[in-house]
Design a protein around this ligand. Sequence first.
Ligand code: 26W
Length: 814
Amino acid sequence: MLRNKEAFKEAFVTKLQSMFGKSISDASVTDKYVALARVMRDNISMDWVQSNDQYTEKEEKQMYYFSMEFLLGKFLDMYLINMGLKETCQEALSELGISLEELEKEEPDPGLGNGGLGRLAACFMESLAALQLPGHGCGIRYKYGLFEQRILDNNQAELPDNWLKDGYVWEFRKPDKAVEVHFGGNIRMEEQDGRLNCIHENYEAVAAVPYDVPIIGYRNNNVNTLRLWNAESINDTFDLASFNRGEYLQAMEYRASVGMISKILYPQDNFYEGRLLRLKQQYFFTSAGLQSIVRRFKKKYEDIRLLPDKVAIHINDTHPAVAVPELMRLLMDQEGLGWDAAWDITRRTISYTNHTIMPEALETWPIDMFKQLLPRIYMIVHEINEQFCKELWKQYPGNWDRIANMAIIADGLIHMARLSVVGSYSVNGVAAIHTDILKNHIMADYNQFYPGKFNNKTNGITHRRWLVKANPKLSALLNETIGETWVYNPMDLKELSKHADDKRVLEQLRRVKQNNKKALAKYIKDQNGVTVDPNSLFDVQIKRIHSYKRQILNLLHIMDLYNRLQENPDLDIVPRTFIFAGKAAPGYYIAKQTIKLACTMAAKINNDKRIKDKLKVLFLENYSVSLGEVVFPGADLSEQISTASKEASGTGNMKFMMNGAVTIGTMDGANVEIRQEVGDENIFIFGLTSDQVFDYYNRGGYNAWDVYNNDLRLKTVMEQLSSDYLGVDRGEFQPLYSYLLHNNDEFFVLKDFSAYAKAQSDVDLAYRDKDAWAKKSLQNIANSGIFSSDRTIMEYAEDIWKIWPVNVLGKRKK
Ligand code: 26W
């Protein structure tokens, strides 16, 4: 259909006419974007129908990835690349006098996620389709995604992210596939034909209406489905009964409360707050997703007992953990199975990934709240717990402590991680060190009780978005140097290592980086009004702002460098541009102060003529997938400096590596595996190890004041922090100072300061040798293939889900 540029031009012009009644010269940029996207959409839908038909025909097992977050990023460019239409489209448009890049700016960047967990889900979707695997997503169509961040007077301000305001071309509303979800009410037991049935009464019914987003594979015909659920009132979707009865006010109230369910994404990352609305969101999309899966399954198969052979359900952290009791409910109350059969099926269908060991992120729900909102689900959780505790008692008679620590319901709370472990057949961590910590510390009791259930799946990122799309210049150089197979098989990037001593390749690589740095410098100039030198070392930390990620450590080190430059403006250091970006949860005071500190330092340092432009500090507003695509390709140094043991994996670290940045980092998360891949000479590792961190937590022996008093450079910056030195009121940053010292520095910022400063001076030395640095950069790219989410997804598919590629035969020739 879009085989050549003439066909493309015709399709585009026709679409513009039929949709808007306009010619090219009349049409606005938005019109043109929508018309182009619509042309693509038409083209995708044929393959989509084919994929669904063939998945069903071939009776292949399907996997459904349940996630409260999908941080998707823009699709237009990605789809053009995956469909092999980018060049055709570019040429066709340019002959019509239109710039593709300009149209791409019109697409909203759906921020339906907070950070790592949500972006991982999006990378997984892309890899599943690329690998021809029948795997789909299930989530919430939030009306408002993660807030838009503005910096006003050095402070973060939050604006609503009204991403749907001009419509979203990639979604397909499917009202005929709507289901009902029930909240509240009471349960009545009724005997019927010798069976005890549960009758749920007086509930509030909500309509869940799916909006499907196609996820298209790379140069194949596979199109998978991301199903996002929208909450609507039953009256809107099914009937107008209550309006007709004249209950106008109640109907309006009900409608408003229903609308809230899919209205907003909670903006906390790694921090749990037990809000009723959040539990409602969790049950809403989980129940809707499971109902639609069971319905689809039953269309094809008669025997519900086959479910685990044909369906895998994965829960992304504990947010969809109510899937365990909800599937039990459907199997028992709807399908009429007994407890044992339902439990057996549930536990062979559900698998679970843990993404954090931060204690403040663990979800628990007060029994009363849970019971009131989900009375039937509570009964089931209660019974699961009873039976599990009996098993524990058999295994550990009399060991009350152990049983209390493992029970799903304890201390008036329902522990969702425990429910997820008990109700699933596989539990995985997201990097080797993280899985070790789960197995040996956080979930050691369960690991002993369920030998073999715990396993590791080191995270990955889709190299098609983060390299092919985000860094076309590097991709072109790779194609030229090692051929094009790496796009299909990212492990082939290893071939690049053979060129590690080839001066010409190193020079070309440097030139690519230099060009990407220029593009980033331009972005910085446009956005922040600051001129930065592309020859300086671009040192980047972009991620959520969180104490454990230690942006403060980076900032304290910059202050120290600045002090030294002020003492001696001729100090021989490599000029550096420090770049930060990231959002702070709106209620997270320390994180917001950290942003303020970065912005305040930027204002002071960037305007200080004495230091001869040797230091620049930037805080880039509104970190998002789109901003990441500009920043990663232009980075020289990747800051991965979390307190060891705290960052489950990290995935930004992989995006930097794949784009040729060298890491400075702790032995935490996937940094450990990055080091293993690139070798010690191509990474800068420093700081406490996770064992040392655990030792301090368990045995004590750390005193932040001792470190403070014994390190003059550190003491100086800390004192500056609590003074008016930065041109703010004395006391403005006192909370940061107190936070570090008075809480005895729970994330070991002071403890790791000198090791970090030393590693940074090693970086400074290494960067001076241009060839040697380019070689480090090259080795990082060459060894990044293992961190493609294709590898990760293959492991999940083979070890956990047991799903296999389906070669969809397309009608359309590509
Ligand atoms: C209930 C509040 C809440 C919200 C989000 C608790 C926990 C979360 C997520 C699990 C936090 C998260 O995104 N974790 C990150 O997951 C990434 C993907 O596996 C990892 O790479 C990061 O290290 C981890 O912090």
